[in-house]
Design a protein around this ligand. Sequence first.
Ligand code: ADP
Length: 259
Amino acid sequence: SWRDGPPVSLFPDEIDLVDSRDVAVALRGLTKSFDGRAVLAGLSLRVERGEFLAIVGPSGSGKTTLLRIVAGFERPDEGSVEIGGRDVTLDPPERRRVNTVFQSYALFPHMNVLENVAYGPRMQGLSRRGRHARARDMLALVRLEGVAGQRPHELSGGMQQRVALARALANEPEVLLLDEPLGALDRKLRDEMQRELRRVQAELGATFLYITHDQEEAFGMADRLAVMRDGRFVQVGTPSEVYDDPADAWVALFVGSGN
Ligand code: ADP
């Protein structure tokens, strides 16, 4: 009978065939509705360890909702979230090995830069000296050793965002979620931070799940893009695959529109 056969995969990719040790995030069949309206309409995605994956799509397509579900701020109606090979669908945010960097830096104004970076739920098991040592490593990574003793308000916007990045990475997340992290920066600073983010990601071999509405940014930075429309992925592929071989006319137009 069908019960004896292999499990039927409901999902279009080969998600269950790869070695799960190489998978940082596996999303399967996610759905989410608000007020009876489907915001996520059945999403599956695999993000590999060390991969920089950008999610692009028009405003309202569900990008932030997806990231909030991965972070644990929101529960899916259906489907599952695996992080580092562990099913975390029902786990609260603090029990997931993820960190989020937002457009607003949310640094603690009363703490200096080093203390900001050293502050984190997963660093509480370390001694103060251990936390500070790790924080210094992270500040070196983002090239801010020189301002460890300063308060956030003494720094430029770009520097504050690098502190936020260092703080998020200091927790050694399995995956870093970035929601329009450069959205508040001006063009020049944005270009500089794009290079900086990419360098840090590559140096650490970190896994980045990155939301942006800036397609130039996504195409320039990401290993792969997931193009989202109305709560679905219409195409997942490398920048050149998406650019040269768009899945349909909508993707072609979206990619060509620049924003
Ligand atoms: P994007 O990040 O692509 O702009 P969002 O995930 O922010 O998309 O939003 C997708 C849709 O879901 C929007 O129409 C938004 O209004 C709606 N939405 C998101 N969060 C909530 C919520 N908590 N309650 C009701 N509607 C929501």
